[in-house]
Design a protein around this ligand. Structure first.
Ligand SMILES: Cc1cc2nc3c(=O)[nH]c(=O)nc-3n(C[C@H](O)[C@H](O)[C@H](O)COP(=O)(O)O)c2cc1C
Ligand code: SF4
Ligand code: SF4
Length: 407
């Protein structure tokens, strides 16, 4: 069995699957259940000192939509959209001291970790909450920078999210780290054009890692009732968003090599492998657990093990960042040798099938004498025809002359 051990922020994780900050981390019982189901770690739901964010959670609303924008009833498969709204933990932060102590003890007895998650409306509040978690023995804190800006920073920043401004993200991280001796992980928002810059600023300010990233805000419309689902704006996520998250993981890994945990889009073990191959060391999982139950967790972990075993990888370390390191630059794209589409006429189903010609926007595919033929002078080797061919009839080759002769 492949080794799923991974090091992150000075901690050893028995596997890299961590339950993301959300409802599964809102009580001792829920956290124990995650630990019992094999979680490498659990990030607690955000503890905050902003009363409105506590009240919001008591009015939480969740809608699960399918790819037609309709509510899913029954089995949820991977093409879901999770449209939901909640705030921070409902209890005043002081009530979390015994909850943290009990869950942290249970985690350490069972080879897992409780990771903190905090947010405040003032710098003093951030510092106070961070210290409180440190005093409870929490070994790592995630800083949830997606919240209203502290009122006590100067400059034209009032009202923005902290994770949208590298200067503010860096300054706040420094202030928190002056007060605590445990590592912190800065949780970023995808709602910015300069996520890599904000990750770098946070890391340079002393953060041990960054979490890339939280969800987008969306607006989902129930056209049958002519109104928004759950009455208005809400967070939106699901496996569909994975490639956008991977883009930032790749960018940050390639440019700065900052330790990262990935959040936003993991459904199964294969997704988790994609994130690890791109440059994330921990994978945070939320929506899929909320929709399928914590029982889904061991399936994600087993899926990772299965992939490594089937592909003869001895451990996670052997795949860390390998996909990102193989990515080519635009200049290298242009240097690649040209290829041309070659049709296997024995397999091709023309004239019954013509889909490849419909999707060739270079006018390189035509039916001649009931056969699909390639005009080698026009083919640019884009591979779209190969993608849509259901009969495995197309290969891309460098030999232009052979393609021309095959016409
Ligand atoms: C219902 C719900 C509640 C959440 N609550 C929090 C929270 O309290 N703090 C936080 O940092 N992120 C919160 N998140 C964001 C998740 O931690 C996670 O970043 C996001 O859901 C993307 O991961 P996923 O694709 O696995 O769902 C919440 C997400 C959902 C769906
Ligand atoms: S898509 Fe495939 S089977 Fe269909 S016409 Fe093209 S090559 Fe032939
Ligand atoms: S590779 Fe692209 S350009 Fe060439 S035939 Fe196929 S779709 Fe057309």
């Amino acid at each position: 069995m492949a080794n799923l051990n991974t090091e992150f922020c000075g901690l050893n994780f028995k596997n890299p699957i961590v339950v993301a900050s959300a409802e599964p981390g809102n009580s001792v019982d829920n956290m124990k259940k995650c630990i019992d189901h094999g979680a490498g770690g659990i990030i607690i739901k955000t503890i905050g000192d902003i009363p409105g964010m506590q009240t919001l959670t008591k009015h939480s609303k969740y809608a699960i939509l399918n790819d037609k924008g309709q509510p899913i009833q029954g089995k949820v498969n991977r093409n879901f959209f999770f449209y939901s709204r909640s705030g921070y933990v409902s209890e005043p932060y002081q009530e979390w001291i015994p909850i943290l102590a009990e869950s942290q003890q249970y985690a350490s007895e069972n080879g897992s970790h409780i990771i903190g998650n905090i947010a405040s409306g003032t710098i003093d509040g951030w510092v106070m909450l961070a210290k409180m978690l440190e005093d409870c023995g929490i070994p790592l804190i995630e800083l949830n920078y997606q919240c209203p800006h502290p009122t006590d920073f100067e400059g034209p920043t009032e009202g923005i999210w902290i994770a949208q401004d590298p200067r503010v993200a860096a300054e706040l991280t420094e202030r928190i780290l002056e007060a605590v001796n445990i590592p912190v992980m800065v949780k970023l928002t995808p709602e910015t054009h300069n996520l890599t810059e904000i990750a770098k600023a946070s890391y340079d300010a002393g953060a041990a890692s960054v979490a890339v990233n939280s969800r987008f805000v969306g607006f989902a419309v129930d056209i049958d009732n002519a109104k928004p689902y759950i009455d208005g704006l809400a967070g939106i996520g699901g496996p569909w968003v994975k490639y956008m998250t991977l883009r930032w993981i790749h960018d940050i890994y390639s440019k700065h090599g900052i330790p990262m945990s990935a959040s936003n889009g993991v459904y199964d073990g294969r997704d988790a492998i994609e994130f690890f191959m791109t440059g994330a060391r921990l994978m945070q999982v939320c929506s899929v657990l909320m929709l399928k139950g914590i029982e889904w967790l061991p399936k994600i972990i087993a899926g990772m093990e299965k992939f490594l075993d089937e592909n003869d990888y001895p451990d996670l370390e052997s795949i860390y960042g390998i996909a990102s390191r193989k990515a080519k630059s635009p200049a290298e794209f242009f240097e690649a040798a040209p290829v041309y589409s070659l049709i296997d006429h024995d397999k091709c189903k023309t004239p019954r099938c013509t889909i490849c010609a419909k999707v060739c926007f270079y006018d390189a595919l035509h039916i001649v004498n009931d056969r699909m033929v390639v005009d080698a002078e026009k083919c640019i080797g884009c591979e779209l025809c190969q993608s849509v061919c259901a009969f495995d009839s197309i290969t891309l080759i460098e030999d232009k002359q052979r393609v021309a002769l095959n016409a």
